[in-house]
Design a protein around this ligand. Structure first.
Ligand code: HEM
Length: 222
């Protein structure tokens, strides 16, 4: 591995550590939906004090932009070196690729919802695409894979750390632990957003927003 790739990898790990603070808050916010819509929106309001504080929001979005570019560069360099070898290399490359695919769309959708539609990006926005077909066919795997891929990708990084620290025996268990956590948290968030736990009203402004993408959309009646 070249000196340059090593530097990129170090930078990638460093910004991942900072971003993990936001990701933990963000996934925690979605899980708080198990206690109801008000609980979700109250938790979001509390967390926004931190990540919507303009200097922090700018830092967060810039750091995520840098992480996307670093990740794409490392992905490209790794594939140019040849096919990944073994389970963990495939897990790292595939989870990185899937997360890249998700986060670019997610940030764009977030920007369009706020800037073009002036929508409140709270629980009702996140759940608006989880109410019925055809949106659910895309957004259930999209949101599930978002959580599964980010925790799998972090898990493969932590696994290398555990190996470097000389604990090879537990390294695979640590990696598998992150993947299982990703699958469980992903499934738990999907149950919240699809209304499996309680009925979720679709606000008129969200229906209008969805019909801009699919004019024939008719939300299922309860
Ligand atoms: C199930 C998965 C996810 C759902 C349902 C979801 C939903 C949301 C919602 C509702 C917002 C608006 C927040 C607000 O207005 O305060 C948001 C913003 C955002 N999400 Fe996610 N998200 C998911 C996964 C992720 C992941 C894995 C990341 C990883 C970095 C991420 C990064 C962001 C960022 C950076 C913002 C912008 C925050 C801001 O500037 O206010 N999201 N997402």
């Amino acid at each position: 591995m070249t000196e340059q790739s090593n530097k990129l990898r170090q930078l990638h790990k460093l910004s991942a550590l900072v971003l993990l603070v936001f990701i933990t808050m963000h996934l925690g916010n979605h899980l708080s939906g198990w206690f109801g819509i008000d609980a979700y929106n109250q938790v979001q309001k509390a967390f926004r004090v931190v990540y919507r504080f303009p200097p922090i929001e700018i830092l967060l979005l810039c750091l995520l932009g840098v992480q996307i570019v670093l990740g794409a560069t490392l992905l490209f360099k790794s594939l140019r070196r040849g096919r990944p070898r073994g389970f963990w290399s495939w897990a790292q490359v595939l989870s990185g690729g899937v997360f890249l695919f998700f986060i670019v769309q997610h940030l764009w959708a977030f920007y369009v919802a706020r800037a073009a539609y002036q929508l409140e990006t709270d629980f009702f926005w996140a759940s608006s695409v989880m109410g019925g077909a055809p949106f659910i066919w895309y957004f259930i795997p999209y949101y599930f894979l978002a959580v599964f891929s980010v925790l799998t990708h972090v898990g493969t990084g932590v696994r290398y750390w555990v190996i470097d620290a000389g604990h090879e025996k537990v390294a695979n268990q640590v990696g598998i632990g992150f993947m299982l956590a990703g699958a469980l948290i992903g499934a738990a968030i999907i149950l919240v957003l699809t209304g499996a736990l309680y009925d979720i009203p679709l606000k008129p402004e969200m229906l209008e927003y969805l019909r801009d993408f699919y004019p024939e959309y008719t939300p299922p009646t309860n």
